[in-house]
Design a protein around this ligand. Structure first.
Ligand code: ZN
Length: 286
């Protein structure tokens, strides 16, 4: 028996040898179909370990060769570090942009009231009682808000939505309430900024400065800031919650299936099947 096989070394099995099934995420390079659960085979001709795509018939070798060398691994580590720094930097940038928009909203939103006070932006003769009466006559703090604030709120809403969508892509492993809550960290800078600015305005007013815009900021700032932060928070949560859905729709719309393959985690992380692509891969293969 032993002698027989050594005499005929070329007698390889003529059919695929079944080795198991694919357990991890593996995407067909041709049509983007998720190959998880497909048979792992050793094909008889070259003894290569392969899997067949059930959608388009493409045979995919499963051994990744050559593997990452030492230099490539170093590059991968470096790229990973650069990516983390980029995400951190972008987060800080967005956070400060939000603070800027929020301060802008307080200034613009107080313009109508500021104009209604007697005197100039640097000096008003109205005492606190007159200031409050003027605000009352305008219908209260909310009614007194200058409508031009809408442009800043709109800008802040768009920025927050984009930041939320970005967060949903960066944090692929996170879902649900946690995904909606983590982007709220971006509100730390605006909230701290509000506290600092409040202290500065208070110090100026106590120091005798009674410009109309300072009065407007002092009396209307908390309301405007609260509304602005709610807009930021709602849009961040909405962006984070619907972000991956939006990006998936864009990917299907804009990218042909072979280019989608690398984006498979966008689907798989939410337990969704990859989009079928009959027009591209399946027909061509047969
Ligand atoms: Zn395929």
């Amino acid at each position: 028996m032993t002698a027989d096989t050594s005499d005929q070394p070329n007698e390889a099995p003529k059919t695929d040898e079944r080795l198991g099934t694919i357990t991890g995420v593996r995407v067909c390079a041709k049509c983007g179909f998720n190959l998880m659960g497909q048979l792992i085979l050793r094909e008889p001709i070259y003894n290569l370990i392969v899997a067949r795509c059930p959608e388009c018939g493409q045979v995919t070798p499963l051994q990744e060769y050559p593997t990452l060398g030492r230099t490539a691994k170093r590059w991968a580590t470096l790229l990973g570090g650069v990516w983390v720094l980029f995400v951190l930097g972008a987060s800080v940038g967005i956070s400060f942009a939000m603070m800027g928009l929020m301060f802008g909203a307080v200034e613009v939103g107080g313009d109508d009231f500021s104009d209604a006070l007697p005197g100039d932006w640097w000096q008003t003769s109205a005492d606190r009682e007159t200031q409050l009466q003027t605000l009352q006559d305008m219908g209260g703090v909310i009614a007194a808000i200058d409508p031009w604030i809408l442009s800043l709120w709109f800008g802040g809403a768009v920025l927050s939505l984009i930041a939320g969508i970005g967060a949903s892509i960066v944090m692929l492993g996170i879902r649900g309430v946690r995904l909606a809550l983590v982007p709220m960290l971006l509100l730390i800078v605006p909230v701290v900024g509000f506290g600092i600015r409040r202290a500065v305005v208070l110090a100026e007013i106590k120091g005798g400065s009674v410009g109309t815009s300072e009065i407007a900021e002092w009396l209307m700032g908390p309301h405007i800031t609260a509304i602005t932060l709610v807009i930021f928070a709602v849009m961040l949560a909405a962006g984070a919650t619907f972000g991956r859905r939006i990006v998936r729709a864009l990917v299907v719309l804009l990218l042909p299936p072979p280019m989608r393959a690398g984006l498979a985690p966008l689907w798989l992380t939410d337990g969704k099947d990859l989009p079928k692509s009959p027009a591209w891969g399946a027909k061509k293969a047969k």
